[in-house]
Write a protein that binds this ligand. Sequence first.
Ligand code: N01
Length: 536
Amino acid sequence: MARLDVLIVGAGFAGLYMLHRARRAGLSAHVLEKGGGVGGTWYWNRYPGARCDVESMSYSFSFSEELQQEWTWSHRYATQPEILAYANHVADRFDLRRDITFGTSVTAASWNEKELCWEVETAGGGRRQARFLVMATGCLSVPKLPDLPGLATYEGRVLHTASWPREGVDFTGHRVGIIGTGSSGIQSIPLIAKQAGHLTVFQRTPNFSIPAWNAPIPPEREREMKRRYADLRAKSRASYAGDYADEGYVTILDLGEKEREEAFEKRWREGGFNYQYAFSDIMVSEEANRLAAEFVHNKIREIVHDPKTAEKLCPKDHPIGAKRLCVDTDYYETYNRPNVSLVDLREEPVTGFTAQGLRTAKAEYSFDTLVLATGFDAMTGALTAIDIRGSEGRLLRDAWKDGPAAYLGLAIAGFPNLFAITGPGSPSVFANMVLAIEQHVEWLGNLLEHAKRHGIARIEAEETSQAEWVRRVTEGADRTLFPKANSWYVGANVPGKPRIFMPFADGFCVYERICNDIAAAGYEGFRLSHVEEHAA
Ligand code: N01
């Protein structure tokens, strides 16, 4: 079996760029992808309304000036088909497909200490060997089913937003039930409601959602932005969120009541994450956060005609922003439609399913299709789903039984030559994901080039550096209000998952500086060994 330099798992944005970067470093590289095409998240999440919540001019690769100049985004926030078309364009433009095997799930990977390589197994019995293994498996790629009793009793169609049928679904005239009101639910509910005969939304916890005010990008704005692309990208790199929007330039508690309302209104009108990132104190001061949340509650009460429904939609159990903000088109307005009803599962918990629908403590509901918008085993699920065995045969699942630990969110002590792109402990989902991916891939590409130049065969994170990093990530989050929500950031959505704050919350720019300093200091915190050192 020919041994590769780099084997990459996943052909989403991370896998595509990693393949390109590895080739540029003169390394042999190959990608294994479970799906039938490139795109990762954007390949699987085809539910109605799926689109990005970071502006497309920002949520796109910056590594190639030609690419960013030639591609045209139609809207401020592109739809899933457009983002998928972009991923396909990237794959073709950089001739990536010849090194990707589709329809291939990685089931196991073991470190061979003698040969200094990873041995990888795929479903169906395929085997590969590679010196370095890069997990580009995504942060939100393992769909989670709801922990509800008796789902199998239901005889209608069940769909999960994250594994949506490729051919699409026609809901015309159907009675549809949907469980889940996170980003996926909030994006799909308005569109399903437009088609369905009746839509029943089963909500356990309401979420904060800010309007996207999505619209086509006027050609003159596109030209102007492309002319300034280098500056915009540099601004994103120097930012907290990895985006070019202005950040932290208003302090809520410095404003009087009238100014404050105007400030909230302005950011509501701008839409999307501006509502969170414009304010310096929203995620550190409970009072500032309460005021920002109250403004959104009042917006919900203004938009939704029925006061009882409006009240049910107002999130009150977590600080605004502590669960990822949702960005919507007509979400709250949808509850004014006569064919939409909201069931509050806190008032009437699900007690079981019937052949036609579900039963709560108060009533029985029937529908032809049940949509599960119930999220993901986030950040670690795709890694622990594979039997990854490091030094001395230790399973990653066991190493992480008390919570994930990874140095810089990139490398794991005891698992030499294994790297995770946007793994737990890196900014990942706290940043514009495409930029977070680019930064990791570039940093790792440089490390692999360094290894090649210096004959380094084994790279492993030191246990002490890793422990120190995990402590730093936790302390950074603890200075904010983020850990105060039962979010997927802390694994709270998966029963039994250890509660640990997973993303690096001190900011993308801070993180990138640390990574660069570590590289400049000769990859501090990593043990780099030559073959002969290893043999000795
Ligand atoms: O998943 P979620 P998501 N009974 O975990 C409910 C990204 N994303 O797929 O909060 C009843 O946020 C659950 O209720 P509760 C984005 O980063 C981005 O929507 O646990 N309800 C919750 O309402 C996002 O944050 C975009 O009480 C149950 C929902 O299911 C992340 O993906 C679009 C339940 C899950 O919400 C995840 O979003 C989509 C049960 N047993 C996603 N179990 C963009 O815009 C779960 N729920 C780019």
